[in-house]
Design a protein around this ligand. Sequence first.
Ligand code: MRU
Length: 342
Amino acid sequence: MKTLRWEDGALKLIDQTRLPLEFAVVECRTYQEVADAIRVMIVRGAPAIGVAAAFGFALGALQSKARDRGELLAELSGVTETLRQTRPTAVNLFWALQRMNAVAQSADGDLAEMRRAILSEAHEMAREDEERNRCIGAFGAELVRDGDTILTHCNAGALATVDYGTALGVVRAAHEQGKRIHVLVDETRPFLQGARLTAWEMEQAGIPATLITDNMAGHFMSRGRIDVVVVGADRIAANGDVANKIGTYSVAVLARENGIPFYVAAPTSTVDLSLKSGQEIPIEERSESEVLYINGKRIAPEGISAAHPAFDVTPNRYVTAIVTEQGVVRSPYQFVTKGVSE
Ligand code: MRU
């Protein structure tokens, strides 16, 4: 099953909080349920969050009791606000909601016709996402050689998108080309997207992979056992600075120290041209309980507090190239995107 799919008037999501121990599907029938699913990370990963929000917006339109166009648009602005408040860093969320609002504003006809146009736009976004990931995969695979060991951080795979993945799209495409690759998977504390989700995806795809803890990457790099790093992104500023899962910056600096190429794979919907540099990217602070507990079990003494920035920013000087659906882009970055404004 895909990470998210529309079925019987509901958004169905693979519950990413339960993998890999349990494969469960969560059904969202209201926009509030979609917002909750994004907030608690049942669905996560920048592109998947964007498309889930688009379907959440569509659910808002479908569940509305509005009697005319004006009332529906007013309700949809409330729906938009609720969805916008879920997670701050991945710009795909804001990009998707902006696009959905533009469709709602410009849809002609009666309420049924507006609802039809809105739902159809969400489906179109889901279709585009998969298509873009396959393009990213094809461009990125050219940067991977037969026999390479690839380090990745977090999960930028099928689970973080509608399907196929961005960073893991590159891995999948290289594997599909018959290249003998091996993936080193950073466990990605504290939410363990690497250990739980990337490791699961690699198992499912039959791609050879080894799990490492986050503090092992430097060791493997220094011993010549990592050839290339490929990660995803949550927001890319106009100058090519990249926000991605906490720990990405450390990996990038280590890669530079060890002369290893560091690639970012992301669709142009992750580029935010309104921000000049990564310093302006809002960094989500999540609950300290995600650091203090693993699987509900406390791992630190009572009384200690914990910090939990969920993302960090890698300055563009550490980024060898950014792979988008349009090709491989290098510094000085000239992104072609429709843009987003928050
Ligand atoms: O907090 P998450 O799990 O939503 O963070 C996900 C990441 O940082 C991914 O690397 C990024 O969204 C790219 S997903 C294709």
